[in-house]
Each structure stands twice: as structure tokens, then as C-alpha cells.
Design a protein around this ligand. Sequence first.
Ligand SMILES: Cc1cc2nc3c(=O)[nH]c(=O)nc-3n(C[C@H](O)[C@H](O)[C@H](O)COP(=O)(O)OP(=O)(O)OC[C@H]3O[C@@H](n4cnc5c(N)ncnc54)[C@H](O)[C@@H]3O)c2cc1C
Length: 287
Amino acid sequence: MDTRFLPKSWRVRGLELPVDADPALLADLVARELGLEAGVMRAFRLVRRSLDARRRGSDHQLRFVHQVEIALDRGFRGGRFARALRSGYVAEAPASESAIPLATHASLRGARVAVLGGGPGGLFAAWMLAHAGLEVELFERGSPVERRGRELVAFHRSRVPNPESNLLYGEGGAGTYSDGKLYTRVEDALELPILEELVACGAPGEILFDARAHVGTDKLHRVLPRLRARLEELGVRFHWNTRVEGLVVAGAAPGARVRALRTSAGETPCDALFLASGHSARDTWNS
Ligand SMILES: Cc1cc2nc3c(=O)[nH]c(=O)nc-3n(C[C@H](O)[C@H](O)[C@H](O)COP(=O)(O)OP(=O)(O)OC[C@H]3O[C@@H](n4cnc5c(N)ncnc54)[C@H](O)[C@@H]3O)c2cc1C
């Protein structure tokens, strides 16, 4: 069965299975609950899974509660399906969830965009901008993750902090030494494409649907170099150990435009700047 989205799809909630049940049973469960004959379901995708540990009377069984998305033959309207729609058990799925939105502002056409910061914000901004066909250069004051790891080991031994590459600064930003808990689940059009990118880079496949998804710091360290390689394939150029110290601006407000970055490695021309400096960057905001 095609597991990608078809143009119109439906979200089905509240599908329960014991935790040890084969997830492959879900498609059959959906078909049974909605009265779908064989072949009507054209696509199926598990979008969310959460654990229900509540007791029901004498029943202590742990269950997973699932949400799935399905696409049906155009025009299909079985009686049970129609009732499920009315009751809210089934609802129309948000459109275009699996696509990376590529539209950019007209002023950015052909622009060289500088991204300040190599944390989750900067990396995925670079990813989107490069997918949209823009020329992207990313500036990160800290080191790539392999070197950053060695620098942290040195810090733990010597207790001499490195102000440029540390637990907060460097590839992956503060996110690298976070847990990689992905609990927010913002239902944004970008949520699924970003999670899919993380999985393509080696994150566990369950993050696509687990309500309490968790990548793990150990895995993040392997995910980041793969993400970097995929960004480089898209044309993103990385400037490691390069601190942005100021902007060269042309014109006067309100029409002023950034023309270049002043960095610890010299001046670099750019037409636009994406600021992803994180919350530990007071010196950057003050400069
Ligand atoms: C201990 C800890 C645990 C956490 N656990 C989780 C978790 O489990 N799940 C979760 O979702 N969130 C967690 N967080 C929060 C998460 O890490 C942040 O929300 C996230 O990193 C923010 O991403 P960002 O890209 O906006 O900023 P940052 O990750 O802070 O990245 C900013 C980057 O910009 C760079 N930078 C700053 N100024 C300059 C400059 N002038 N020039 C060049 N580069 C610059 C920095 O070096 C840094 O790498 C945790 C945070 C911490 C500290």
C-alpha cells in the first residue's frame, strides 16, 4: 500500500491496541471500524502513538492509542464512515503536511542568505532556504560536533572553559547536549518534513509518530554529521569557528539592507540574514 499522502486524506483518532500487538493490525482495525471494503483505502500512515496506562476496572493492560491518516477512493462515503465523520472520530487531515513549503519572498530571489547559528533553528533554516534554491552560508562560532566533543572532554579535564565552543556553542547548538525530547508536536506543516529529515539522518523511526518521542544525545551526535553532509549536498557552505561580530548595512532606515557580515574571519557579502543565535548570545545582540 502507498504510505505517502494522497491529495485528500482523513485523520482517524483513538485507535487502541495492546502495547505488544503487531502495529500491522492497525490498517485492519481502521478498515473494520470505518466499514471500508477491501481496496478502498489507498494510503495509510501512522501519525501519532501515545501510551495509555490507565486501569479500566480490573483491566490493567497497557495500550497504545494511535492516530492514523488514510486516503480513500475519491467519493467513497460508506454509512459507518459518514457516522464517524459526524462524531468527530474521523476528520479531514491538514493539507500538504508532507511537503517542504518552498515559497520565499520575492525580495529573496537569487539572494545569498547568511544564517547565523548552527543550532536546530539555524540548521533547519539553512535546510529550508537551500531547498528553496537560495545560496546559503552558515556561520557558527563553535566547532563541528566531532571536534566539539573533544573540546568538551578537554574542558571536563582542565576546567578551563572555551568561550567559543562549549556545551551551548558549536554544531547542533544547545540542542546537541539536550536529550532530544520532541514533545512539542506543534502540528505545523514543517513538523513532518523535519522529523523525516532527522530519520533520514539516523534518528529512530518512532519519532515520526511517538507522542513522547526522544532522539537521545548519543544518537544526536551521529545524526548531526549526516545532516551536515546532506546540507552540503544541497549547496550549504559552513563556516565553523567563525563568530559574527556585526553587520554592514547599506542605506538608511526604513529601507536599509544588510550587505555583508563582519566576522572573526573577515567580511563576507550577503543579501539577507537569518538570525538563529539562540538564547545564550547576549554578546551577539549587544554587538
Ligand atoms: C541542558 C539542555 C537540555 C535541553 N533539552 C531539550 C530537549 O530535550 N528537547 C528540546 O526540544 N529542547 C531541549 N532544550 C532546549 C533546546 O536545546 C533549545 O530550544 C534549542 O537548542 C534552541 O535552538 P536554537 O537553534 O534556537 O539555538 P541554539 O541551540 O542555542 O543555537 C544557537 C547557535 O548560534 C551560535 N551563535 C550564537 N551567536 C553567534 C555568533 N555571534 N556567531 C556565530 N554563531 C553564533 C551558537 O554557537 C549556537 O550554536 C535543552 C536545552 C538545554 C540547555
